[in-house]
Design a protein around this ligand. Structure first.
Ligand code: TTP
Ligand code: MG
Length: 367
């Protein structure tokens, strides 16, 4: 059976640069901090059983009884009759979240908040990351008055996995060595970057861990996920996720997708079908954002690593996926001749038209 094989990666020195921090039982901890009589007791924040609401979160004391976020409050009360139910005081949690953010910014400018209670921090000097992470954790507990769990690693999904590893009040470092040992056993739904939908699709086929993923045939994985997604997940499961950088500008200037092929390919028909999957993927993402693109670009990396790009801009935005396919196919035709073997293919849609942005009149070819 043909299995996914990743090209071997040059040995790298440790490069722990990413910190992920997640507050413990956030809403409930704020409540316990502000009312000492609640400390050490099962506290449930969210809807009440009477209003047929659901649990937003609960203190770790309540978790011992099996209470969880998103559970009907009625069920939570059955599991834990002694629990204290409190309404959600969103304004207060938001205020604490702002304090957390300011504190994090005083440690490093490279902070990316995700929702109210979690954040990624990026540290320039990897020698200092663990020390920075310890200081941040200590200051959050000291100055904000609630505990958090912290993970340190070399890429975002692994830092996130690390912070969840020993909750609450945890501190976990996942270096490359540990990542290689853990990942084959980690349930896929715990990997940030694999959504619940994808995890369910894979689980239905008996693929529950990184180890299962690699013992599945390439053909089956590509059939289930498409080549781009299959390779992204393969890299994730191998502990080699893409760049750890922060995106400051959330408004995308382009949407792209590229994939390193399992084996080098020269056959134009095969390359076209892989290109089709990539185009489908970027087109779906652009449509999801309610945008249109004026430029279609492709990238080809040959086996000798020579990389060429081609792009074409159309004055009327590409509204139809078929038109994008057609252009991408033509551009590919300019770069392959059936003899040269290709190791990577990519597609980019750019010159995106945002509904609130004045239509650009002059545009240039984007390479
Ligand atoms: P989480 O970080 O998922 O949960 P938590 O902080 O309460 O607990 P822990 O991290 O220790 O596991 O979510 C942060 C807050 O978001 C949480 O305090 C309440 C809110 N929330 C909801 O309102 N509904 C939900 O389903 C979830 C998961 C969270
Ligand atoms: Mg949390």
């Amino acid at each position: 059976m043909d299995r996914l094989r990743l090209r071997s990666e040059p040995e790298r020195s440790e490069d722990l640069r990413v910190i992920h921090l997640d507050m413990d039982a956030f809403y409930a901890s704020v409540e316990q901090r502000d009312d000492p009589s609640l400390r050490g007791r099962p506290v449930i924040v969210g809807g009440t059983p009477a209003s047929r609401g659901v649990v937003a979160t609960c203190s770790y004391e309540a978790r011992k009884f099996g209470v969880r976020s998103a559970m009907p409050a009625e069920e939570a009360r059955r599991l834990c009759p002694s629990a204290i139910f409190l309404p959600t005081d969103f304004a207060r949690y938001k205020q604490v979240s702002r304090q957390v953010k300011d504190l994090l910014r005083s440690h490093t400018q490279d902070v990316e908040m995700l929702g109210l209670d979690e954040a990624f921090l990026f540290v320039a000097n990897p020698q200092q990351t663990v020390a920075v992470a310890r200081e941040v954790k200590r200051d959050i507990t000291g100055e904000i008055g609630i505990t958090c769990s912290v993970g340190v690693s070399y890429a975002r999904p692994l830092a996130k996995l690390a912070s969840e590893w020993q909750k609450p009040d945890g501190f976990t470092v996942i270096d490359r060595h540990l990542a290689r040992r853990l990942l084959p056993k980690v349930p896929l739904e715990q990997l940030w970057g694999i959504g619940p939908q994808t995890a369910r699709t894979l689980k239905r086929q008996g693929i529950e861990t990184g180890g299962d993923f690699f013992s599945t045939s390439t053909r089956q994985l590509i059939k289930m996920l498409g080549p781009g997604r299959a390779w992204d997940i393969a890299l994730l499961c191998a502990g080699r996720p893409l760049s750890p950088r922060v995106r400051r500008d959330r408004r995308a200037k382009s949407v792209s997708r590229e994939t390193t092929l399992p084996n080098d390919v020269a056959d134009p028909g095969e390359l076209e079908s892989i290109l089709r999957e990539l185009v489908d993927d970027v087109t779906a993402r652009v449509e999801e954002l309610d945008l249109t693109a004026m430029t279609v670009g492709i990238k080809v990396r040959y086996s000798n690593f020579r990389t060429l790009t081609r792009a074409r801009t159309d004055p009327t935005p590409y509204h139809k996926a078929e038109a994008i396919h057609q252009t991408a196919r033509e551009l590919l035709g300019e770069l392959i001749d059936g003899r040269q073997t290709v190791r990577l293919l990519g597609v980019t849609l750019s010159n995106l038209d945002y509904p609130d942005m004045p239509r650009q009149l002059g545009f240039e070819l984007v390479k």
